[in-house]
Design a protein around this ligand. Sequence first.
Ligand code: NDP
Ligand code: 8X3
Length: 252
Amino acid sequence: MEKKIALITGATSGIGRATAMALASIGFDIIATGRRSELLDSLGRELPKEVRFLSLCFDVRDKDVVNQQLASLPEEWSQVDVLVNNAGNAHGLDPIQNGSLTDWDAMIDINVKGLLYVSHEIIPKMVARNSGMIVNIGSIAAKEVYPSGNVYCGSKHAVDAITQGMRMDLNQHGIRVVGIHPGLVETEFSLVRFKGDEHRSSAVYQGYEPLLATDIADTIAFAVSRPKHVVLADIVILPTAQASATLVKKNN
Ligand code: NDP
Ligand code: 8X3
């Protein structure tokens, strides 16, 4: 049987990296993207030898580069069966009146426009084949809003709306669209949000057991391996200690 290809954005760390490993372990060849080429290289070295691996180093904010990288995929990589739109982050956690335009641009440009730029290159080829799956990584912040989460929550609500829209428009082409919405997962997420402040970022995950990137990756692997007549359309995954975006039971 011909091996299938998964393209995972933001595969240099956290959920994306774990997803690349999980999909490789269930038989996918992997296209991994991100901006840190050395981390893409180390992912390639960790994958089993029988897994074909292509790394593409680019910033999802640059639509010309996204087009250049994805429109001209080598023939043997051009049929992407599963696209995991994972690249994204929060930048800052400030009340709206103190918000930074740079942070707002980053979140809208990466989480929303970046997802669209990548999808724009891949979807037409799926439509031409009447086959494929798109997994969009939203968040509990796509379902709820929390204080000072304003623009991040807005960007993830947009991902949720775009995911629903994709499912409607691609339905007639047999393309399955999955929304995955994690709660608190311990990755580099908070380190990026708090601009490298390790003390502040590690505090986010103290006093309870957060999700691991592998918890999300395992769920994605389960979703992509369902039979063709099944789509896990919308999945919220929380740590047991978390009841909502604002309610986490801590042991202190
Ligand atoms: P990480 O910071 O560990 O990973 C983020 C990934 O996105 C990295 O691989 C990073 O790669 C990539 N990325 C960020 N900006 C860009 C860019 N401009 N161009 C290309 N790639 C980029 O965080 P997570 O693994 O936690 O986050 C993955 C997704 O999960 C995000 O969409 C996030 O919003 C979502 N999420 C995370 C949760 C959490 O609690 N951790 C909960 C809910 C959702 P590089 O820096 O090399 O470019
Ligand atoms: C990441 C989870 O609650 O920090 O999307 O927004 S949260």
